[in-house]
Design a protein around this ligand. Structure first.
Ligand SMILES: Cc1cc2nc3c(=O)[nH]c(=O)nc-3n(C[C@H](O)[C@H](O)[C@H](O)COP(=O)(O)O)c2cc1C
Length: 383
């Protein structure tokens, strides 16, 4: 039976060999020998790094590699190859279907060969453009094909998707020079409007705005390539900062589920330029920005406090511990994690913050994570 599992670095050699053999044999009806040779002799030295960065699956049967495929977070299907002796057994469909199922980007894209084009057409992909690529001075024709991801409507973002986003999110400060996909931008902008209305705060989504992160502050903060961001703020009030944290993190996790990356930023950007670009009115204070885009990497995990240091009480129920577990992954300014949750005698949950810089925003962020992990149906916040 064919099993599909995640990529492991020890698969690499077999995958490169399978790729060369498949190109040389399976594509013989569509590409000349010279073209196939040029394609098969592609440099695979960067494959391990991109397999690790992508969602990469391999198909194996009785321990033998029979196919593999990998998709980037933004829905780009980079490679899909099936062993020449195992064609027409549904392996490509299983690999492609599994990757599509796991990906939350709004559109899937592939650069399909002439050989693969009918396969993708059957799966609902349409040709957007005929392209040529040059390999070893030989020009090869392929097709940019696209299909929209039906799952990627907001209503279908299940709690599990957001929980997964909370686990996978890390701050990203270096971004690729790529515009936010249109569908993702429109979902984020609609959600930003909803959040602003619910919270009574100001949230603007700035796309293609280079000034706020183009100066020295952003440079010192090690930011590069930031061309999109949310600016959050509002009229001064006792709970403005906490609300900015809570609603901003809703946007952060949605962005992550859509295949984008983010970073909360309080200091290392030009607030003045951002306020101007966002058109904040007089009396509207800007609190934080959230950088947004496709990261050069997905970021790296940071050491955090263990969940037991983020709560108080004994014999705490499962749902409460799930809430604290999710809050342990919440971003905080300078990774300070100065918040704590406790369960009251009346069953309500109280969330407190320690003293320090931006701990009120941190608290709002942590509370959103707690609700997501614990399940809003299980508790109320104490007054
Ligand atoms: C309210 C807030 C403000 C932040 N301000 C900045 C900032 O000005 N510059 C920066 O580089 N990172 C900033 N960060 C990002 C944190 O440094 C980062 O979230 C933290 O180190 C944890 O890393 P992680 O997000 O990858 O888990 C901020 C985060 C939060 C929540």
């Amino acid at each position: 039976m064919v099993k599909i599992r995640k990529y492991r670095p020890e698969d690499l050699g077999g995958m490169a060999a399978l790729f060369r053999e498949t190109v040389r044999t399976v594509c013989a009806n569509d590409y000349s020998e010279k073209e196939r040779e040029a394609w098969a002799s592609a440099d695979t030295s960067g494959w391990d790094a991109s397999f690790r960065a992508h969602d990469t699956l391999v198909a194996e049967e009785e321990g033998i590699l029979v196919g593999f495929a990998d998709m980037a977070e933004d829905g780009y299907l980079d490679r899909l190859y099936v062993h020449k002796d195992h064609q027409r057994r549904g392996i490509a469909s299983a690999l492609c279907g599994a990757l599509e199922e796991r990906c939350r980007a709004p559109v899937f894209t592939v650069h399909a060969s002439k050989t693969a084009r009918p396969f993708f057409e059957k799966r609902g992909y349409a040709v957007a453009e005929e392209r040529t690529v040059v390999r070893k001075e030989v020009t090869l024709v392929n097709y940019k094909m696209e299909k929209s991801n039906e799952k990627s409507t907001l209503a279908e973002f299940a709690r599990e998707d957001l929980l997964r986003a909370a686990e996978e999110r890390h701050s990203v400060r270096r971004y690729a020079d790529r515009a936010v996909a249109e569908d993702a931008a429109s979902l984020l902008s609609a959600e930003a409007e909803k959040c602003a209305a619910e919270g009574g705060i100001c949230i603007r989504l700035l796309l293609g705005e280079e000034k706020a992160f183009g100066g020295l502050m952003a440079h010192y903060g090690k930011f590069s390539g930031v061309r999109n961001y949310f600016l959050l703020g509002g009229k001064k009030s006792a709970d403005l900062e906490e609300k900015v944290g809570y609603f901003g993190e809703r946007l952060v996790l949605l962005a992550q589920a859509l295949g984008l990356n983010t970073c909360w930023v309080a200091l290392t950007f030009s607030k003045k330029a951002a306020k101007k670009a966002a058109g904040f009115a007089k009396g509207e204070k800007s609190v934080c920005a959230i950088a947004l885009g496709y990261g050069e990497t997905r970021g790296v995990p940071h050491r955090g406090k263990p969940p037991e240091e983020l709560c108080r009480g004994k014999n705490l129920p499962e749902w409460f511990l799930r809430g604290v577990g999710c809050a342990a992954n919440a971003p905080t300014a300078m990774n300070q994690q100065k918040f704590s949750f406790s369960l009251k005698d009346d069953g309500s949950v109280s969330a407190e913050r320690g003293r320090g810089f931006y701990t009120a925003v941190d608290l709002g962020i942590a509370k959103y994570h707690f609700e997501l992990g614990a399940g809003q149906e299980n508790f109320t916040w104490s007054k």
